[in-house]
Write a protein that binds this ligand. Sequence first.
Ligand code: NAD
Length: 320
Amino acid sequence: MKVLVTGAAGFIGSHLSESIQLRGDQVCCLDSLDPFYPRELKEKNLQEVLRHGAAEFIEADICDAERLTEIFLRSRPDAVVHLAARPGVRASIQSPSLYCAVNIGGTINVLEAARMAQVHKVVFASSSSVYGASNRVPFREDDPLPRPESPYAGTKAAAEDMCHLFHSLHGLQVQCVRLFTVYGPRQRPDLAVSTFTSSIAAGRPVPLYGDGSAARDYTHVSDTVRGILAALDHASPWDVFNIGSGRTIATIDLIRSIEEAMGRRAVIEHLPPQPGDVPLTFADPDKSQAVLGYEARVPFEQGIREFVDWFRSTDAQCFG
Ligand SMILES: NC(=O)c1ccc[n+]([C@@H]2O[C@H](COP(=O)([O-])OP(=O)(O)OC[C@H]3O[C@@H](n4cnc5c(N)ncnc54)[C@H](O)[C@@H]3O)[C@@H](O)[C@H]2O)c1
């Protein structure tokens, strides 16, 4: 099978592109090496992907519909995993139009190119942020979705709607995977596990927004990748799955775990809560377990130790 992965040079995309090759499939990696964080980190990720020998890399922008269709028609993938996006809740508040253009417009271009190239299956990386500040916990796939708390969340909800439209209008097979906060080696430098670790390593204060009680369903990237692959292999014309761990960690406990793994205390800088942030994300994993046979395996403390080991082996300059 040949799988085209958009956003393949990124954090999750690079791990996924390695796993696709390790299970014996071919991967066509597409990425614009967007400047949201240093290109150097994405090039390093790509080196890891390309060393397995069953991948090609195409630098392209999903906002360029014509070029994207040409690539899909030439490459003729059996399946597409669409991860390319402008990520980040807080940054989306500064640049809402850009987030709409990439995350909604770009997704429509990917779906349209998939339709033209008669791709059998598309997996779309949605986000737990579509559940907003819902107090129905844990979040279930059939919960009614509340209004979004940020432009980023709004773009993911709209992109899910576009996926459903391409399924209902054109018969495209689409699985939407709602990913819950992913962490692990190569994590994006803007995410909490990365920023806390780099601050503690550099002896800088750790910015803690709110009182530390906000909690996230942290999911190790190897578990996320297994969930995406299970959705890719799942034969269904349309479905939505939570890919989370089904367990929450408060931000203050995350800081304590990183301190423990680093053997170093954090100096905490207390800051007001940030607009767009939600108090809790919490996946109900029952459906993905029952239908996909998916279960998160990596214990949180072990995953954090592994992240800290990876962080120490990298050039911390890239993390600011
Ligand atoms: N990391 C998480 O915790 C998390 C949680 C929920 C959902 N997601 C979603 O998973 C996907 C991957 O996230 P990630 O954390 O690996 O982010 P990432 O930024 O590391 O990866 C995204 C990749 O997309 C590429 N990209 C951006 N704009 C592009 C464009 N216009 N054309 C082509 N490529 C483009 C970037 O260069 C980057 O390599 C995203 O869709 C994100 O919204 C991530």
